[in-house]
Design a protein around this ligand. Structure first.
Ligand SMILES: [Zn+2]
Length: 446
C-alpha cells in the first residue's frame, strides 16, 4: 500500500513537474552565461547597419558558433550580403516546429551621441553590454541561441523540430530576410509557433510598481499617408486666401482636434481587466488606441525656402498605426472627412491585414509558466505592440507568433532601443536563457 501510494505520488509529480534534467537543473548556467556574454560582445562588433545591411560576417560568426557544437547550418543568400541562417534540432515530427526568430541587421547609430561608447564595440560597462543591437535584436538572438544550444547539449529528445533562424533585412521591411524565406523556403520552416521580438517585462512601463511581462500576440498596422494642399503662388507682401500652407494648417488642426474613435479590442480588454489602469506613458498610450504622428511638413519655394514667396503647394506625411480589427477603409474615410475636400490624400503604405495569435495555446502557457517560475510576483499578459516585426508575415501564413524578450526593462532601457545608448543587463542573462529553455522543453520535449 505504502509502495503503491509512493509510486502514484511519484507518477503524479512526474506528470506535473518536468524532470529536473530537462528543466536544466544540472546545466552549468554560470558557464553558459559567460559564453553567451562573450558571444554577444563579439556579435555586436559586426556592423550590420541597414542600409546597407550586409550581414555576411555576422552570419559567418553565428555559423561557427553552431558548427562548433556539431550542428548543421544552412545558408540562404537572397542577394550578395543578404544572408539568412537556419539550424535545426530534429524531433520525431509528432508536432510542427517551433521557430526561434531573430534578425541580424540593426538600425544606424550616431556614434557622436553615444557618450564615449562605441556602438559597435561590444563593450561591457556598469553591468551592461552596450551596442547597437544589444536588445534589438542581437541580444535577444543570443539568449535564444544559448537556449537552443542547451537543448542540444542536454540531448533533450523532442517531439517537434526546434529551429534557430537568423535573418537579415528586418529593419527595412524584411524583403531579403523573412519575406524571402517565406516565399522560397516555407516548407522547410512550416512552424506551429514562432518566438520573436515584441514583448518584455517591466516594473514601471505597464503599471508603476507592478511586475508585468507582456507577450505580444498582435501588432498595430502602419498606414502611411501623404497630404497635399494646392494653392496659388504669390508675393509674401500681399497675403491672399489661396495660400496652401494656411489650407494645410487648418486641415491638420481639424484632424488632430479630437481623438479618433476607438473600437473594442479583446486583447486590450483582457490586458486592462488583468492589470487595471495602465501607467500613463507613450508606450501604453500607443498600445491602447489608433494613433497618428505628423512626420513631415514640406513647403516653400527654393532651398532654403524663400521667406517672401507664397508657394503653390504644401505637403505633409502622416504615420497612422491602426489597432487590429479596425477597418482601414472606414478610418481613411474619417481622416479624409476631417481634412476636408481641399486636401488630396494619397496612401503611400496601405495597412496590412491584422491577425491576432490566440493565447490559449501550449506555447503561451509554457512561456507564461517559465516566466512566473523565475519571477513569482509577475503578471503575464498578452498584448498588442505598437511597432512592426517579422511576425506579421508569419501570422499571415498561419503560424502562432509570440514576441517576448524575457528580461525586465526599465523605461530607460526600453527607450534605448533605436536610441543612443542601447544596452542589455548581464545579470538577467541566466533567467533570460532559462525562460526560453524551459519553455522549449515544455512545449517541444517528448
Ligand atoms: Zn528588431
Amino acid at each position: 500500500m505504502m509502495r503503491a501510494l509512493g509510486l502514484t505520488t511519484l507518477c503524479l509529480l512526474f506528470l506535473l513537474v518536468p524532470p529536473a534534467t530537462a528543466m536544466g537543473k544540472d546545466v552549468d548556467w554560470k558557464a553558459t552565461v559567460s559564453e553567451a556574454v562573450d558571444t554577444l560582445q563579439n556579435y555586436l562588433r559586426f556592423d550590420t547597419t541597414n542600409p546597407p545591411g550586409d550581414v555576411t560576417e555576422a552570419a559567418d560568426f553565428l555559423q561557427k558558433v553552431l558548427e562548433k557544437e556539431g550542428i548543421t547550418v544552412t545558408r540562404y543568400e537572397a542577394a550578395p550580403g543578404k544572408i539568412n541562417l537556419l539550424a535545426r534540432l530534429k524531433g520525431t515530427g509528432k508536432a510542427k516546429p517551433i521557430l526561434l526568430l531573430h534578425h541580424m541587421d540593426v538600425v544606424p547609430a550616431d556614434a557622436s551621441r553615444w557618450d564615449g561608447v562605441d556602438p559597435f564595440g561590444g563593450e561591457m560597462k556598469e553591468g551592461h553590454i552596450w551596442g547597437r543591437g544589444a536588445i534589438d535584436m542581437k541580444g535577444t538572438g543570443v539568449l535564444q541561441l544559448y537556449a537552443f544550444l542547451t537543448l542540444a547539449r542536454q540531448k533533450v529528445s523532442l517531439d517537434r523540430d526546434v529551429i534557430f533562424m537568423a535573418v537579415n533585412d528586418e529593419e527595412i521591411g524584411g524583403t531579403m530576410g523573412t519575406r524571402y524565406m517565406l516565399d522560397h523556403h516555407y516548407n522547410e520552416l512550416d512552424p506551429e509557433y514562432v518566438l520573436d521580438e515584441g514583448g518584455f517585462g517591466s516594473r514601471e512601463i505597464f503599471v508603476d510598481g507592478k511586475l508585468v511581462f507582456g507577450i505580444s500576440v498582435a501588432e498595430k498596422r502602419a498606414l502611411w499617408l501623404r497630404l497635399t494642399a494646392h494653392g496659388t503662388a504669390g508675393h509674401g507682401s500681399q497675403p491672399h486666401d489661396q495660400n496652401p500652407n494656411d489650407t494645410l494648417m487648418r486641415a491638420l488642426n481639424r484632424l488632430f482636434s479630437s481623438p479618433f474613435p476607438t473600437i473594442p479590442n479583446p486583447v486590450l480588454n483582457a490586458l486592462e481587466s488583468q492589470l487595471g489602469p495602465l501607467a500613463p506613458n507613450r508606450f501604453t498610450n500607443a498600445i491602447r488606441q489608433t494613433t497618428i504622428s505628423l512626420t513631415s511638413l514640406r513647403s516653400g519655394v527654393g532651398d532654403p525656402p524663400k521667406a517672401n514667396v507664397i508657394p503653390s503647394l504644401a505637403t505633409a506625411t502622416l504615420d497612422a498605426r491602426l489597432l487590429p480589427g479596425m477597418d482601414a477603409e472606414a478610418f481613411l474615410a474619417k481622416v479624409q472627412s476631417r481634412l476636408g475636400d481641399e486636401i488630396d490624400v494619397e496612401v503611400i503604405h496601405p495597412a496590412s491585414q491584422s491577425i491576432v495569435t490566440p493565447h490559449d495555446t501550449a506555447m503561451y502557457r509554457a512561456l507564461s509558466g517559465a516566466i512566473t517560475r523565475h519571477h513569482p510576483d509577475a503578471t503575464v499578459v498578452p498584448m498588442i505592440i505598437p511597432y512592426g516585426t517579422d511576425s506579421r508575415m508569419f501570422r499571415l501564413r498561419g503560424a502562432k507568433c509570440y514576441g517576448i524578450l524575457p528580461l525586465l526593462l526599465s523605461t530607460e532601457l526600453a527607450t534605448s532601443i533605436h536610441g543612443d545608448a542601447e544596452r542589455i543587463p548581464v545579470d538577467q542573462f541566466e533567467t533570460g536563457i532559462r525562460i526560453y529553455y524551459e519553455s522549449l522543453v515544455e512545449a517541444a520535449a517528448r
